[in-house]
Design a protein around this ligand. Structure first.
Ligand code: PLP
Length: 808
């Protein structure tokens, strides 16, 4: 399976350096060597990719197309070398040529083409799709700028542009010959010809979509899929008449207009701002993708009649929902099919994954905007909506339910309902989330077509999130579970349970965690100048900053601890370090205030001698995949404390569990399934259940009552109002928790309702930590039972139950 020997790699790298940079290895710098490494591996993968496509065509296999506006890929060099089986050779070759392999890996920028969990999920699934030998491709936009880089300046988030392509583009293979034309705006002209009504879009603007392919090698296989990223270009050459008149800017206007589409990733996680550029991005990438799939299918089979038998389009949330009317457009306008046949093919090709129940994240587009930007797609969507509504009326005979399930209502296009109407499958991403979809969010649609609704619990790439990032733990796992078998069969991790009473194994496990903590402390010192005490509990909450994820609840508990310490300096015996990492959407003011608060509190505690060697808070700047990779192996406590019913699944929770951290969490998202396999005794569960949280809200929740009743909570909230030594107070957050603001409810996410239970859970956690034997045993059980959260398991379920494609 090895693609290269060390010698072959050395020669290939030397040749690449010469051809690309005109330099020898001695002359080349780290950045040039990194590019050379990427190019050498890209060549090897491109070859395998061609073979994979050939075989797929020869055997007329069905293909999976995974459409997502986000792929949070992170770094690729180590991953690709690992999957190609040449990581040791690569390291050796680099050293022979006079380079430090670690420096080269560290130089690679993250490909941050996503916000958080949803984008990272897509990236993990790509790895499994290749490893499980499923013919597949991912599709997205080749954003110039990925998720912003976060800097903390005077305690506050500052956003900097992330131009990853300088080095990152070495992974991309542009294929301008396969460009597609995307049409926006203009008017429609209808005419009859040959007994058919023809509709053509005239005027408006055309944008060229150029594919830039990134190869995705599988592990332990030659199977290689591609991630196709569409770049936007103007099809018009620069207007030379304007140019020669000296109107330089005007001459390049079209180009700038077109290219803005692929300029930047929208930095909102679980939130939709109905901006016209966002709708253009969605249609741009969907249209390019569907056109390219249809073109290839037509070339292979000579007809689109069997399209659904050879293709399945999985859409990651509603962001690519326009595939439904776009596929209809191609089947009707380009292939000349009747509506019913086109609809049959479409509704047997598209499958939809829902990722959120938050109202502010459910996509809705104003009719005017939709119609103006996408006139033909609007027409088709209107007809889909009309027919769907008729079906609903005949089924329900109830106007309330018809309104609820409608695709277009009150001048608004509702993308989730479009996906339900036009999809063959609708899945949630954890058992609890899928139940909430069926019983609450989509209950009426589910009454009509219950067979469409299903669950696939999310998973993570365990080769990346364990083997690659935590080599010490990987060795232990190999020693105890029969070598590297678990890499292909994650359920083999279960064998670790047999060592729960083995003192030596538990000591080895503790030693691994200790060394990983020391490594992370050294990294934090170097990167951020922060000193982390490796003797302290590493208690970690890293994820996007969002009120429903309740970073603020974590802060309230830390303030309570701090106040206790002020009353009694002996209150804490075990040093405790709280680590946070989170980006806030640039327009999300409350989230940014919470980041500021974490930093004010960190500063306060840092300057209070009472806290020395007892209590510490640190905010880790610029949380991203490569930081998560360093942090997970070093984490001991995983904070998964969202308001029950709000987190669809979570995948951070799985990464922590797999690396032996213990969870303090609510019964939300996939935490429920973690609890199913771990039991009460192997995690620290607390707080309202999802149905209880709903009941509390229904019965008229008044957070002020808790404030008046609980003196600890009272004092904590007052500290927000008073503020910290940096002179900043957080009366706004105090107001939000007790009175609400701008007409919103007070404490929407029930922090105060869960406060006491949370403090109790943290106390139980700290008490357990004081008993290392017990702690290490629990940690071992967590690793042992994390196998079901492997992405391989999730992708097999999609393949068996939704896509109906074979796999390894
Ligand atoms: C896994 C991951 C997430 C998702 O974390 P959750 O806790 O599930 O929200 C977000 N960002 C990055 C960089 C990740 O690696």
């Amino acid at each position: 399976m090895t693609a290269f020997t060390t010698k072959e790699l050395e020669d290939a790298l030397t040749a690449k350096l010469m051809v690309n940079f005109g330099k020898t290895a001695e002359e080349a710098g780290d950045a040039e060597m990194l590019r050379a490494c990427a190019l050498v591996l890209r060549d090897a993968m491109a070859l395998r990719s061609v073979e994979t496509r050939k075989e797929t065509r020869r055997e007329k296999k069905k293909k999976v197309h995974y459409l997502s506006l986000e792929f949070l890929m992170g770094r690729s060099l180590q991953k690709n070398a690992y999957n190609l089986g040449v990581l040791p050779q690569m390291k050796e070759a680099l050293e022979h040529l006079g380079f430090q392999a670690g420096d080269i890996f560290e130089l690679e920028p993250d490909a941050g083409l996503g916000n958080g969990g949803l984008g990272r999920l897509a990236a993990c699934y790509l790895d499994s799709l290749s490893t499980l030998e499923i013919p597949a491709a991912g599709y997205s936009i080749c954003y110039d700028l990925g998720i912003f880089k976060q800097k903390i300046v005077e305690g506050q988030q500052v956003e900097l542009p992330d131009s990853w392509k300088g080095i990152g583009s070495a992974w991309l293979l542009p294929k301008p010959e396969e460009a597609q034309q995307i049409r926006f705006g203009g008017t429609l002209r209808e005419f009859w010809d040959d007994g058919h009504l023809h509709i053509v879009q005239e005027g408006g603007t055309t944008v060229l979509a150029i594919p830039c392919d990134m190869e995705i090698a599988g592990y332990n296989t030659r199977h290689t899929n591609t991630l196709r990223l569409w770049d936007a270009k103007s099809p018009k050459p620069v207007d030379m008449s304007l140019y020669s008149k000296g109107e330089y800017f005007k001459a390049t206007e079209d180009e700038a207009m077109a290219e803005v589409i692929a300029k930047v990733l929208y930095p909102e996680d679980n939130h939709i701002e109905g901006k016209s550029l966002r709708l253009k991005q969605q249609y741009f990438f969907v249209s390019a993708t569907v056109q390219s799939i249809a073109e290839k299918h037509l070339a292979e089979f000579g007809t689109l009649v069997n399209f659904h038998e050879k293709n399945v389009l999985q859409i990651n949330d509603t962001h690519p929902a326009l595939v439904i009317p776009e596929l209809m457009r191609i089947l009707i306008d380009d292939a000349g099919m009747e509506w019913d046949q086109a609809w049959f093919i479409t509704t047997h090709s598209v499958a939809y994954t829902n990722h959120t129940v938050l109202a502010e994240a459910l996509e809705k587009w104003p009719q005017d905007l939709f119609q103006q930007i996408l006139p033909r797609i609007w027409q088709i969507t209107v007809e889909i909506a009309r027919r769907w509504q008729e079906t609903c009326e005949n089924f329900f005979h109830d106007m309330e339910k018809v309104r609820d399930t409608a695709v277009i209502w009150d001048g608004v296009v509702r993308m989730a309902n479009l996906c339900i109407a036009g999809g063959m499958s609708v899945n949630g991403v954890s058992a609890l989330h899928s139940e909430i979809l069926k019983k609450d969010v989509f209950k009426n649609a589910c009454a009509m077509e219950p067979q469409k609704f299903t669950n696939v619990t999310n998973g993570i790439d365990h080769r990346r999130w364990l083997a690659e990032i935590n080599p010490r733990l990987h060795s232990l796992v190999c020693d105890l579970t029969g070598g590297e078998r678990y890499l292909m069969e994650p359920e083999a991790l279960k064998q670790l349970d047999d060592y729960a009473a083995d003192r030596e194994v538990l000591i080895r496990l503790a030693d691994i965690k200790r060394k990983n903590k020391e490594d992370f402390a050294a990294y934090a010192k170097k990167q951020q100048g922060v000193f982390l005490n490796p003797d302290a509990i590493f208690d970690v909450q890293v994820k996007r900053l969002h009120e429903y994820k309740r970073q603020l609840l974590n802060v309230l508990h830390i303030i309570a601890l701090y106040q206790r310490l002020q009353d009694d300096p002996a209150a804490i015996t075990q040093p405790h370090t709280f680590l946070f990492g989170a980006k806030a959407a640039p327009g999300y003011a409350v989230a940014k205030r919470i980041i500021h608060l974490i930093n004010s509190l960190a500063d306060q505690i840092d300057h209070d001698p009472i806290c020395e060697d007892k209590l510490q808070v640190a905010f880790l700047e610029n949380y991203r995949v490569s930081l998560a990779e360093r942090l997970m192996p070093a984490s001991e406590v995983s904070q998964q404390i969202s308001t029950a019913g709000k987190e669809a699944s979570g995948t951070g929770n799985m990464k922590f569990m797999m690396n032996g951290a213990l969870t303090v969490g609510t019964l939300d998202g996939a935490n429920v399934e973690m609890h199913d396999v771990l039991g009460d005794e192997n995690m620290f569960l607390f707080g309202l259940r999802s149905d209880e949280a709903a009941a509390v809200r229904r019965e008229g929740y008044v957070s002020q009552r808790l404030y008046n009743r609980d003196p600890v909570l009272h004092r904590v909230l007052d500290a927000l109002k008073t503020g910290f030594r940096d002179g900043v107070n957080y009366e706004d957050l105090y107001q939000r928790l007790l009175f609400g603001d701008r007409g919103g409810p007070a404490d929407e996410y029930l922090l105060l309702a869960d406060f006491q239970a949370y403090c109790d859970a943290e106390k139980r956690m700290a008490q357990t930590y004081a008993d290392p034997a017990k702690w290490n045993e629990m940690s071992l059980h967590n690793i042992a039972r994390s196998g079901i959260f492997a992405a391989d398991r999730a992708v097999r379920q999609y393949a068996d139950n939704i896509w109906h494609v074979p796999h390894r």
